[in-house]
Design a protein around this ligand. Structure first.
Ligand SMILES: CC(C)(COP(=O)(O)OP(=O)(O)OC[C@H]1O[C@@H](n2cnc3c(N)ncnc32)[C@H](O)[C@@H]1OP(=O)(O)O)[C@@H](O)C(=O)NCCC(=O)NCCS
Length: 177
């Protein structure tokens, strides 16, 4: 399959070298402890959201080699509960680079260390903006090199989601006037 490489469209910056999705794909894991559970001994949704933000920021920052800020979180779901003592595993990857912003997808799994059983518990999509380390203004992120059919599907779907999230953003801005 041919590689897709997005070109930077910021004429004032030198052409950035593209990076493959694999270069910034990230994984983190932690054991579910009592401080992060509800009275039923299940992992708090708010803690999952915190971990999702951290895992996603890791991929965005690695891709852009920059400080990044979360611009939006447009989808998150909770499919299965994660119990105390289980391991929560988060996998993140950059789905698409636009210009200064990047969509990152995060998948969360619960893993029972005693049985090895793994369940998909959460999917989330977040947008991060790369910031210049001196001015802290948005800066162009490196183009993303897409290699596999799966990466191409995520890249295409990220474009659809961007249309929806930016339409919502500008509709909200207009309603403030
Ligand atoms: C996100 C932020 C940097 C955008 O700055 P801005 O001055 O509005 O900049 P712009 O309008 O030029 O947008 C910059 C990029 O952000 C994207 N963006 C801005 N708001 C967005 C939103 N709600 N959802 C998705 N993307 C968004 C724009 O589409 C643009 O992307 P592009 O360059 O790839 O096309 C700014 O709003 C901010 O700092 N927000 C606070 C972030 C924060 O505190 N996060 C939590 C802690 S990390």
């Amino acid at each position: 399959m041919p590689k897709i490489s997005q070109k930077s469209n910021n004429a004032s910056q030198p052409q950035l070298k593209g990076k493959p999705v694999s270069a910034s794909r990230s994984e983190m894991a932690e054991v579910v402890l009592p401080a992060n559970t509800n009275p039923l001994g299940k992992l708090l949704g708010g803690h999952v959201m915190h971990l999702v933000d951290v895992a996603a920021a890791m991929a965005a920052s690695r891709h852009s080699n920059s400080y990044v800020v979360t611009a939006s979180v447009d989808y998150i779901d909770f499919r299965n509960q994660v119990g105390i003592g289980e391991i929560v595993v988060l996998k993140s990857q950059v789905n698409r680079v636009f210009n200064t912003s990047m969509e990152v997808g995060v998948k969360v799994f619960s893993e029972n260390a005693l049985t090895g059983e793994r369940k998909h518990t959460t999917t989330a999509y977040l947008t991060f903006v790369a910031l210049d380390s001196v001015t802290r203004a948005p800066k162009t992120a490196a183009p993303l090199i897409i290699k596999t059919a799966e990466e191409k599907r995520r890249w295409r779907e990220a474009g659809e989601r961007r249309k929806a999230r930016l339409a919502l953003r500008y509709r909200k801005n207009r309603s403030k006037d």
